[in-house]
Design a protein around this ligand. Structure first.
Ligand code: IPM
Ligand code: MG
Length: 363
C-alpha cells in the first residue's frame, strides 16, 4: 500500500503529521513518501505541482493531502497559484467523485451555531463532481494568458460546461452510494436559469430510472442552500456539480459545528483517491499548533476504506475519534465550556493512545 503524503501549506504540515502518526499506529504496512505541493512547492521549485510530486501521486494507491494556499501568492499568475496544484491533481488523476460527508458528532451538537434539535444526528453525504464545470471550462481574464499574452482587458469570463458522460458517471456514484444509506438522492442544479444545469437535471433523471429503488428529487441551488440550514436532516445524499458542490459543502460543514471535523475523499474510476480535510490551509493559525487534526485523521480513515481496502482499520480510527471526543478533549475550533482544550499534537496523540490501547485489550 503506497501512500503519497502531500502536506502543503499553512496548517497542512501540522495536521498531516498527526494523520501519518495515526496510520503508523495501526498494525499495517504502508510505504509513505512525502513531497512538496502548493505554495511551498512554488517557492522551492517554481511550480505548485512539480512533475515529481505529480508522478509520486500517480504511482501511489492513495494521496494524503493537507491543504494549500496563502494570501501571499494572490498576485501570482493563475497557473502558478497554490490552488492549481489541487486542481491539477484532481484533473490528472481523474478524481471526478468527491465525497464530503457532514456528520454531527453527538458530543459536538453544542458547537454548531444552529439549534441542537436541527442538527442532532445529522448524517448527510455531499457528492460533488470534481473535474468539470466552470472550474475547468475555458477562462479568460487578466491573469489568463491567450497565446502567451495577457489581454489586460476589462472583461473576464469563465465557462460552465458539462458533458453527458461526465454527468452520467457522477450520477451512478450518487445512486450507488444511496443504496448503502437511506436510498434518497437530491440532485442540486440551477436548471431554471442555466443550460448546463438543464442537461445535468435531464441526465440525472435518466440515470435515476436505472435505480428504481432510489427516490430522486431535484432542487435549485439557492433553495438547497436555504433548506440546508432550515432542515438539514431532510437530506441524505446530495449530488451536484463542481461549483455548487464547493459552496454547499462548506455550508454543510458548519452544520456540524466545525469545518475542522470534516474529511473528504476524491476518487477516480479505479478507486485511486486523494484524501484531504474539507477545510483550507488557515494561514492565520499556521505553525501555532492549535489546528484541529481530526478532519485529516478522518480523511485517512476514508482512505483506508475506499482506496486501501482496510475497512476495519477505518472503523477503528473513527471509533477512536469518538472516544477522544467523549473524553472531553477539544481543539480551539470545537472548544466549549466544560471541555479540555488541547493542541494539534495532543489531539493526535490522544487518538493514537486510544488506538494502541484498543489493540492491546483485544489481543
Ligand atoms: C475545496 C477548495 C478548492 C476548491 C480550492 C482550494 C481550489 O475550496 O476543495 O473545496 O475550490 O475546490
Ligand atoms: Mg471549497
Amino acid at each position: 500500500m503506497k501512500i503519497a503524503v502531500l502536506p502543503g501549506d499553512g496548517i497542512g504540515p501540522e495536521i498531516t503529521a498527526e494523520a501519518v502518526k495515526v496510520l503508523q499506529a495501526l498494525d499495517l504496512k504502508f510505504e509513505m513518501e512525502t513531497a512538496l505541493v502548493g505554495g511551498c512547492a512554488f517557492d522551492a521549485q517554481g511550480h505548485p505541482l512539480p512533475p515529481a510530486t505529480l508522478k509520486l501521486a500517480q504511482e501511489a494507491d492513495a494521496v494524503l493531502f493537507g491543504a494549500v494556499g496563502d494570501w501571499k501568492y494572490d498576485k501570482l499568475d493563475r497557473p502558478l497559484r497554490p490552488e492549481q496544484a489541487l486542481l491539477g491533481l484532481r484533473k490528472n488523476l481523474g478524481l471526478f467523485a468527491n465525497f464530503r460527508p457532514a456528520i454531527c458528532y453527538e458530543q459536538l451538537v453544542g458547537a454548531s451555531t444552529l439549534k441542537p434539535e436541527v442538527i442532532a444526528g445529522l448524517d448527510i453525504l455531499i457528492i460533488r463532481e470534481l473535474t468539470g464545470d466552470i472550474y475547468f471550462g475555458q477562462p479568460r481574464g487578466r491573469r489568463t494568458a491567450v497565446d502567451g499574452h495577457f489581454p489586460g482587458s476589462e472583461e473576464a469570463f469563465d465557462t460552465m460546461r458539462y458533458s453527458r458522460p461526465e454527468i452520467e458517471r457522477i450520477a451512478h456514484v450518487a445512486f450507488q452510494a444511496a443504496r448503502k444509506r437511506s436510498r434518497r438522492v437530491t440532485s442540486v442544479d440551477k436548471a431554471n436559469v442555466l443550460e448546463t444545469s438543464q442537461l445535468w437535471k435531464d441526465v440525472v433523471t435518466e440515470v435515476g430510472k436505472l435505480y428504481p429503488d432510489i427516490a430522486l428529487d431535484h432542487m435549485y441551488v439557492d433553495n438547497a442552500a436555504m433548506q440546508l440550514v432550515r432542515a438539514p436532516k431532510k437530506f441524505d445524499v446530495v449530488v451536484t456539480g463542481n461549483m455548487f458542490g464547493d459552496i454547499l459543502s462548506d455550508e454543510a460543514s458548519m452544520l456540524t459545528g466545525s469545518i475542522g471535523m470534516l474529511p473528504s475523499a476524491s476518487l477516480n474510476a479505479g478507486n485511486q483517491g486523494l484524501y484531504e480535510p474539507s477545510h483550507g490551509s488557515a494561514p492565520d493559525i499556521a505553525g501555532k499548533g492549535v489546528a484541529n487534526p481530526l478532519a485529516t485523521i478522518l480523511s485517512a480513515a476514508m482512505m483506508l476504506r475506499f482506496s486501501l481496502d482496510q475497512p476495519q482499520a477505518a472503523d477503528r480510527i473513527e471509533s477512536a475519534v469518538k472516544v477522544v471526543l467523549a473524553s472531553g478533549l477539544r481543539t480551539a475550533d470545537i472548544h466549549s465550556e466544560g471541555t479540555k482544550r488541547v493542541g494539534t499534537r495532543e489531539m493526535g496523540d490522544a487518538v493514537v493512545t486510544c488506538l494502541t490501547h484498543k489493540t492491546t485489550t483485544k489481543s
